[in-house]
Design a protein around this ligand. Structure first.
Ligand SMILES: NC(=O)c1ccc[n+]([C@@H]2O[C@H](COP(=O)([O-])OP(=O)(O)OC[C@H]3O[C@@H](n4cnc5c(N)ncnc54)[C@H](O)[C@@H]3O)[C@@H](O)[C@H]2O)c1
Length: 480
């Protein structure tokens, strides 16, 4: 029986391994982690991450051929294929701080593999890593090898949170990069055989190691660039009276452009886009490609601009101050159908409003109070470390309350901000919300999910990103 071990039981390691276990009943899959609480949650009733369909998959194979464990060394020693899906945060100190990937966790995983291995292994990069990381990993493993042979493969993960199980069941492509030697090709074939249990062969792409590593960074950079492009257009739409939804629809009909990832919003978030672009920028700079680095940097700058613009719009429309005013925040996760808040635009929007002394009442169907308070107090990039190594939670901010109901959040509020596109926000009783708010009552739709005309009929002053402005907003100061 082939044995797989995955180091790192997070958003990637957990779902990907659960799907491999489901689709390959003859393969034994162990997912290991240094976080005791995370492994306990994977073995319990409340899984550590929310992802539609995940629970069902885990329940079908847990205890059969899927195991979650903290006994890392045992499972790594026994495995034929070791996936590494640990954190690769942005460095906060030293060389490359603020941009380069911190490979501390990866390196310690590689050293541990070298220490405990007694048989030959295929080591698979599942984490997103800088191009050429495989070379470094290879060096660590071979210099500590004790006659054991390793093959390194790059098999980046393209799942999107919120649709992870669907994406894993039916991936657009699986990418496997390896050495162009007979041993490298044999290793590629072994991993191909795993995916071939359910992925059609023409969707399994094989490349050299560096192309696979770079393709992951490139894919995220391209996706984020589309969002920043449409968000840049949204600012121009507001200035000219064009409607960004109409513009997106019109350009998306061009088959060369296509309709996806053209929704304007308060900005992109999630654990990957910013981190991977910063990493790409750093690699470009290290290779002397300043113009290329600047091009990609701009994608992040426009994203920051969009979040600032949103905050400025709120403050300027409320007579230039939100001090002491209650603002309801509907949605905190970085997108719908996930409880993940890593780099969610809600953090920057909330911090911007708190900086102007607003009182926030936050509701998200999947995010806990503790998580929100932590996110609002954590330093940049601190979130991307194993849970037990993150800074302790500071005392909860008195300016922030977290509630479990959208109506409660909006009660007596001056304004409501939609920051995540949860479906339930589309069908709220906005008349009831309006009746219970201070007047003038504002809505700021950061996801363009609401019916602007209907809300205006109720009496709201509405701001919806990239849509023709309400006369109220036209009269307020231009936003930077
Ligand atoms: N989240 C996504 O949507 C996504 C998609 C594609 C790729 N990625 C990449 O995959 C990697 C993992 O991302 P994630 O979202 O799963 O992160 P995560 O923080 O959810 O999970 C990482 C896990 O690794 C564990 N870990 C860290 N060092 C370890 C070690 N030495 N031994 C054992 N366990 C260790 C941590 O405790 C944590 O549980 C990152 O490189 C990320 O960029 C993420």
């Amino acid at each position: 029986m082939v044995k797989i071990c995955c180091i790192g039981a997070g958003y990637v390691g957990g779902p990907t391994m659960a799907v491999i276990a489901l689709k390959c009943p003859k393969i034994e899959v162990a997912v290991v982690d240094i976080s005791v609480s995370r492994i306990a949650a994977w073995n319990g009733d409340q899984l550590p991450i929310y992802e539609p369909g995940l629970e069902d998959v885990v329940k079908q194979c847990r205890g059969r051929n899927l195991f979650f464990s903290t006994d890392i060394e045992k499972h790594v020693a026994e495995a034929d294929i070791v996936f590494v899906s640990v954190n690769t945060p942005t460095k906060t100190q030293g060389l490359g701080a603020g941009k380069a990937a911190d490979l501390t966790y990866w390196e310690s995983a590689a050293r541990m593999i070298a220490n405990v291995s007694k048989s030959n292994k295929i080591v698979v990069e599942k984490s997103t890593v800088p191009v050429k990381t495989a070379e470094a990993i290879e060096k660590i493993l071979t210099h500590n090898s004790r006659e054991i042979k390793y093959q390194i493969l790059s098999n980046p993960e393209f799942l999107a949170e919120g649709t992870a199980i669907q994406d894993l069941f039916n991936p657009d492509r699986v990418l496997i990069g390896g050495r162009e030697t007979p041993e490298g090709q044999k290793a590629i074939q072994a991993l191909k055989d795993v995916y071939a249990h359910w992925v059609p062969e023409d969707r399994i792409i094989t490349t050299n190691l560096w192309s696979a590593e770079l393709s992951k960074l490139a894919a995220n950079a391209f996706l984020a660039q589309r969002i920043s492009s449409v968000n840049a257009m949204s600012a121009l739409c507001e200035a000219t009276g064009a409607d960004v939804t109409q513009v997106s629809h019109a350009i998306g009909k061009d088959t060369r452009i296509g309709p996806r990832f053209l929704n304007s919003s308060v900005g992109f978030g999630g654990s990957c886009f910013q981190k991977d672009i910063l990493n790409l920028v750093y690699i470009c700079e290290c290779n002397g490609l300043t113009e290329v680095a600047n091009y990609w940097k701009q994608v992040i700058k426009v994203n920051d601009y969009q979040k600032n613009r949103f905050v400025n719009r709120i403050v300027s429309s409320m007579f230039n101050t939100v001090s002491g005013k209650k603002i309801a925040i509907l949605g905190f996760a970085f997108k719908k159908d996930t409880g993940d808040t890593r780099e969610t635009p809600a953090i920057d929007v909330c911090k911007g409003l708190l900086g102007d002394k607003a009182k926030l009442s936050i509701y998200d169907p999947q995010v806990t109070e503790d998580q929100i308070q932590r996110d609002l107090s954590m330093k940049r990039f601190d979130w991307d470390h194993p849970i037990h190594l993150q800074p302790m939670s500071p005392p909860a901010s008195k300016q922030v309350s977290v509630v479990w109901d959208a109506y409660q959040a909006a009660k007596d509020a001056h304004g409501v901000c939609i920051l995540t596109e949860w479906d339930e926000f589309k069908t709220l009783d906005y008349q009831k919300i309006f009746d219970n708010m201070r007047k003038p009552a504002y809505i700021f739709d950061g996801r363009n999910i609401l019916d602007v005309e209907k809300l205006r009929e109720i009496g709201f002053i509405v701001y919806s990103i990239g849509k023709p402005l309400d006369p109220w907003h036209k009269d307020t100061l231009a936003v930077a």
